[in-house]
Design a protein around this ligand. Structure first.
Ligand SMILES: Cc1cc2nc3c(=O)[nH]c(=O)nc-3n(C[C@H](O)[C@H](O)[C@H](O)COP(=O)(O)O)c2cc1C
Length: 392
């Protein structure tokens, strides 16, 4: 059975799946509940110089169900920093896992609170960089001089092109980089009442959960090619397979907020069990073995990046989409979504499987991803050989 323990920045975590800063870690007792639910470490709610006046309507489920994204305008901790320094961190530390205090936002605030949090016994500090008035690397440099515990910089995705530059500038002063914070501002409108839904001036909120996972993965992958410190993936993690994807992109651990809000602390046991099963099924003994497997396998280096990363194109030779008749149920879902009329269901001539017109197939790949029974296949990276052939 795979051993999920990970050692990062000199700290031993029970597993690489932790709560992210958010309402699920809004005080010490909540943090203990996260750990009881199976989290391998804990990040606390962000604190700042004063308690936040959190707007009234500040969390919105974007489509009913646990797979949906979320809009929020929650701000930082509703507790004053003294409450954390005198009580909540001590309670959180009773959970017995590494506890990471989250700090915002100006250089002066971060340095002052960082010193006090270190004195309160937390194991590491995470700094949210997006509201800092100073250059984020200056904040990190000042904090580095002020404390001796590990520092993690948490990146915002707002200008993805500059995130990597920023991370590279901060790297000399930090022990790890977490990516990403929620994305926005975004907007939803209550059309019946012609009103705001989120309680900010214009109803703006920030997007999190599964919809931001591809952006978070892209940033983690770019970071993995650009910095040497460990990366913590955050954004849309919902399953053990999501954790595997983040580890392969280059993260050494992940944090979870939205899924954690929808499902509660029990999500950690479920997700770490799924992770363990995946590792066992694929003959890996530790999550460490797959960290950065993707950039390694496709041979991607930072200096080869074109800045946007979409210039390169894979020109496919060989057959277009192929169907596995054992799996196909002839349901026709792929037919409806094929804009090239390359697929059809004809139960008379082909009772077992959908028919593919190879002349018409444009190899767009959409049918492969809409098929509910994984019956369609379009191979892209054949030249790399079977997965697992290259290991970091
Ligand atoms: C309601 C809510 C409150 C959040 N509060 C904080 C916070 O105080 N500090 C912070 O750095 N990030 C905060 N975040 C961002 C999350 O930590 C995380 O980076 C983001 O939501 C992406 O992860 P997810 O898709 O798993 O939610 C918050 C997110 C949500 C949804």
């Amino acid at each position: 059975m795979a051993d999920l323990r990970v050692n990062l920045f000199g700290l031993e975590f029970g597993n690489p799946v932790w709560p992210a800063a958010g309402p699920n870690v809004h005080n010490g007792d909540m943090i203990k509940r996260q750990v009881a639910g199976g989290a391998g470490g804990a990040v606390c709610k962000t604190i700042s110089s004063e308690a936040a006046a959190v707007p009234k309507f500040h969390m919105m489920n974007l489509a009913k169900g646990r797979k949906a994204g979320m809009l929020n305008c929650e701000l930082w901790s509703e507790l004053p920093p003294d409450a954390w320094l005198e009580r909540e961190y001590a309670i959180a530390l009773e959970a017995g896992v590494p506890v990471i205090a989250s700090l915002g936002y100006t250089l002066e605030e971060v340095v002052r609170l960082g010193r006090l949090a270190e004195r309160a016994g937390v194991h590491a500090l995470e700094v949210t960089v997006h509201y800092a008035k100073e250059e984020p690397w200056q904040v990190m440099r000042a904090l580095r001089e002020a404390v001796s515990i590990p520092i993690i910089a948490k990146m915002s995705p707002h200008d993805p092109a500059t995130v990597i530059d920023l991370a590279v500038k901060m790297e000399p002063f930090v022990d790890g980089i977490a990516a990403i914070n929620s994305l926005g501002p975004c907007l939803r409108i209550d059309i019946e009442n012609q009103q705001r839904i989120m309680g900010t001036d214009y109803g703006y909120g920030w997007l999190s959960g599964p919809p931001i996972k591809p952006l978070a993965l892209r940033i983690v992958f770019d970071l993995a090619r650009s910095v040497k410190v460990p990366i913590i993936g955050v954004g849309g993690v919902r399953t053990g397979r999501d954790v595997v994807e983040f580890l392969m992109a280059g993260a050494s651990a992940v944090q979870i907020c939205t899924t954690n809000i929808y499902e509660g602390p029990a999500c950690f046991k479920r997700i770490t069990t799924e992770l363990e099963q995946w590792l066992d099924e694929h003959d890996y003994e530790s999550p460490r073995e797959i960290v950065g497997a993707y950039p390694l396998r496709i041979g991607a280096k930072a200096d080869e990046a074109d800045g946007v990363g979409t210039k390169g194109r894979v020109h496919l030779e060989g057959p277009p989409v192929q169907v596995d008749p054992q799996r196909c149920t002839n349901c026709g879902i792929c037919v409806t979504s094929c804009m090239h009329d390359a697929l059809c269901v004809d139960k008379e001539t082909s009772p077992e499987a959908v028919i593919i017109n190879e002349q018409r197939c444009f190899s767009c790949g959409l049918c492969v991803t809409v098929c509910p029974s994984a019956a369609l296949k379009l191979e892209l990276d054949k030249q790399l050989g079977p997965a697992g052939a290259i290991r970091p």
